[in-house]
Every structure is written in structure tokens, then in C-alpha cells.
Design a binder for this molecule. Structure first.
Ligand code: NAD
Ligand code: UFG
Length: 337
């Protein structure tokens, strides 16, 4: 059995794909999740993909005693930390819940790691830390500018890590700033499954394709972009997951890093709808409505640093993101326990 890796939030959308990628790379992933935003059947679905069940601990990153037990029972070669709240709008109405989980929980995790002498960490950050960046594609050196409490939690966590690494050179930290994760696992067994009406474009389009939602609201067509709609850098969740394995490998050589994970290529909202229409072979009705507050025209990654420091290159394109999402949507049997 390979090195054990703790994956906090490992039953969630991105975490479950990382668990598969770790397994395929020869690691032994251990999931810690409180199932606050994860389906209960994810571990069984992972077992079907991986051929054996991953170890799953139902627990909370804010529970120091639980973390001490987990670290006491394993000799982790590293931690991949995803567990957090992630809904931008909710963070505006419930800022304390966001700071408590995303920052407070993170500090509790770092304390447990330090006590256990496990000082290798991959951290899920976000392109949201750039706010409305002046430069696009956006390099890692662009200034921070949070647009909401969620974004602020990511900036604060990054700053904590910077101070920690400066204070103690034994820490090896990989900060990964994700652009827009999209798509699902090729098996159709795991994917994104928002319980409520999705805030993000791709899961919204997916639910229009299934008929669950009537039509897509396109938030503005008067941006300074080729077709006037917002442009984003969508990255296949399986590529994103593989980026974490590369990050971990660098940390195991003592090389910390901070990189964007994106493709460097942007697509507009209308291009996304057209691509999903091709993948699903369904007509997807949409309506142009007012801009959404806080949105930027274009958000794309500068990708050179991820290539140079991790050897990362996104391999999968937009059609594969839409096809895998559609396969996942169709494979749902509606049974959620
Ligand atoms: P997700 O909600 O699907 O996964 C997060 C998981 O963490 C869930 O399974 C949830 O149950 C668990 N969790 C939350 N709080 C916990 C706690 N206190 N203790 C234990 N488990 C807890 O979200 P995701 O899209 O997979 O995102 C994963 C990470 O990536 C998050 O940190 C998120 O901020 C970051 N991120 C996501 C996106 C995106 O668009 N999805 C973009 C940039 C960054
Ligand atoms: N959009 C619509 N209609 C919708 C939803 C979105 O037109 O129903 C548009 C948005 O205006 C934007 C694009 O589709 O132009 C993408 O929007 P998303 O909400 O899918 O993604 P964002 O880029 O706004 O934000 C997401 C996460 C952030 C994260 C960021 C970068 O919500 O937390 O990606 O990772 F910071």
C-alpha cells in the first residue's frame, strides 16, 4: 500500500475526484468529511471506481480531538485540504459561518498537523482571490482583492500559510488556485450534485438539459467580450484532480509552490450553452437578463507557473467536460440516502 494521504472534504465534488486520482497514482487516500455537503453514497461509488473501498472517517475539521485521533492512527505523508463552505452568496449573508469553518477549521487542522509532525499540505484556493484582476490571463503575482467573505477566507488562509512557512521551514505547502472546475468522472459515478438551485453556470445548464429547470438566465450580454457574455476558464475536474497529485509529488521533494490551475483558454456563457447542447443533443432555452452583481467580464488563468513547477497541463477540453457532466446527469437514479 502506498503513502497514506488525508483528504479533508474528500467526499465532495472535487475531493472525490482527487481520491480517485490519488488511488490511481498509488497513494492510499483517507477521506475525512462531515457529509455536510456530500452524498452518503459517494464512498460506495468510489469503491466501484477504485475496485476497493477508500477509508472514510466521518468527522469535522473543527473537532481537534477527532483530528488528533485521526493523526494518531495514521502516518500521513501529506494532507490535501478541501473541506470548506463554498457558496459565494451564502457567505455574504452568513459571514461568521464561513470564517468559522473555512478559517477556524483550517487553523484547527493546522494545529493537529503540527502536533502530529505532518507538515505537508496542499490547499484548495480559488481564482476568486484575484477579484476583478486588471490583467488577464491572470498571473499568480496579481494583487489580491476579495469581492465577498468567501474570497476573504481564501486570502486569509493563504496568508496564514505564508506566515507559517516563513516561521517554520519544515512546512512544505502547495497552494492551488482553481479556476472554474467543470465536468464529472468518466465513469458517470461521481460528479457535482448541488442540492438546491445551482449558483454556478455548468450545473445550472446541466439541470436545464435534464428538464429539472426551465431555462438558463444569462447574466448580461454587454460585457467587453466577443459575444458580450462572461468568459471563464473552465477546467475538467479530472485534470484538476491530477494537478493535486503533481502538487503532492513536489511537496514530497520539499518543493512548495503557489500556482493557478486552469487551461488558459476562456469560454463565454453562450459558448458553454452551445457546447452542452451538442453534448446532450437537447435544445437548451436561455434568456439574457441583467448582470449579476460582483461578476467580472473575463477570468482566465496564466498557466506557465503550473507547467514549470508541477509539470501540469490540462488535457481535457470543453466537449469532454460537457459530455462527462451529461453522462453523470443521465446516470443519476435519483436515489440519495
Ligand atoms: P464540496 O462542497 O462539494 O466539497 C467540500 C466538502 O467538504 C463537502 O463534502 C463537505 O461535506 C465537506 N466539509 C465542509 N465543511 C467541513 C468540515 N468542517 N469538516 C469536514 N468536512 C467538511 O465543494 P467542492 O466544489 O468540491 O470544493 C472543494 C474545495 O475547493 C473548497 O475548499 C472550495 O472552496 C474550493 N474551490 C471550489 C471551486 C468550485 O468552483 N467548486 C472553485 C475554487 C475553489
Ligand atoms: N452565469 C450565468 N448564469 C448562471 C450562472 C452563471 O450567466 O445561471 C455566468 C456568470 O455571470 C459568469 C459565468 O456564467 O459569467 C460563470 O459563472 P459561475 O457562477 O459558474 O462561476 P464564477 O466564475 O462566477 O465563480 C466560480 C465560483 C467562485 C470561484 C470562481 C473561480 O463560484 O467561487 O468560480 O474559481 F472563485
Amino acid at each position: 500500500m502506498g503513502d497514506a494521504i488525508l483528504v479533508t472534504g474528500g467526499a465532495g465534488y472535487i475531493g472525490s475526484h482527487i481520491v480517485v486520482a490519488l488511488h490511481e497514482a498509488g497513494y492510499a487516500p483517507v477521506i475525512l468529511d462531515n457529509f455536510n455537503n456530500a452524498r452518503r453514497d459517494v464512498p460506495a461509488r468510489l469503491a466501484r471506481i477504485m475496485g476497493r473501498a477508500p477509508q472514510v472517517i466521518e468527522g469535522d475539521i473543527r473537532d481537534a480531538a477527532c483530528l488528533d485521533r485521526v493523526f494518531g492512527a495514521h502516518d500521513f505523508a501529506g494532507v490535501i485540504h478541501l473541506a470548506a463552505h463554498k457558496a459565494v452568496g451564502e457567505s455574504v449573508t452568513k459571514p461568521l459561518a464561513y470564517f468559522e469553518n473555512n478559517v477556524g477549521g483550517f487553523l484547527t487542522l493546522l494545529g493537529a498537523m503540527a502536533r502530529a509532525g505532518c507538515k505537508r499540505l496542499v490547499f484548495s484556493s480559488s481564482a476568486t482571490v484575484y477579484g476583478a484582476a486588471d490583467e488577464t490571463p491572470t498571473p499568480e503575482t496579481a494583487p489580491h482583492h476579495a469581492m465577498n467573505p468567501y474570497g476573504r477566507t481564501k486570502i486569509i488562509c493563504e496568508e496564514i500559510l505564508e506566515d507559517l512557512c516563513a516561521a517554520d521551514p519544515e512546512w512544505a505547502v502547495g497552494v492551488l488556485r482553481y479556476f472554474n472546475p467543470a465536468g464529472a468522472h468518466g465513469s458517470g459515478l461521481i460528479g457535482e450534485d448541488p442540492a438546491d438551485i445551482p449558483n454556478n453556470l455548468m450545473p445550472y445548464i446541466a439541470k436545464v438539459a435534464t428538464g429539472e429547470l426551465a431555462k438558463i438566465s444569462v447574466f448580461g450580454d454587454d460585457y467587453d467580450t466577443p459575444d458580450g457574455t462572461g468568459v471563464r476558464d473552465y477546467i475538467h475536474v479530472e485534470d484538476l484532480a491530477e494537478g493535486h497529485v503533481l502538487s503532492l509529488a513536489q511537496l514530497q521533494q520539499g518543493k512548495g509552490h503557489l500556482v493557478n490551475l486552469g487551461t488558459g483558454r476562456g469560454y463565454s456563457v453562450l459558448e458553454m450553452i452551445a457546447a452542452y447542447q451538442r453534448a446532450s443533443n437537447r435544445h437548451l432555452p436561455y434568456e439574457i437578463v441583467a448582470r449579476r452583481e460582483g461578476d467580472v467580464a473575463v477570468c482566465c488563468a496564466k498557466t506557465e507557473q503550473a507547467r514549470d513547477l508541477l509539470g501540469f497541463d490540462a488535457k481535457r477540453g470543453l466537449d469532454e467536460m460537457c459530455a462527462s457532466s451529461w453522462a453523470w446527469m443521465q446516470a443519476q437514479d435519483g436515489s440519495k440516502d
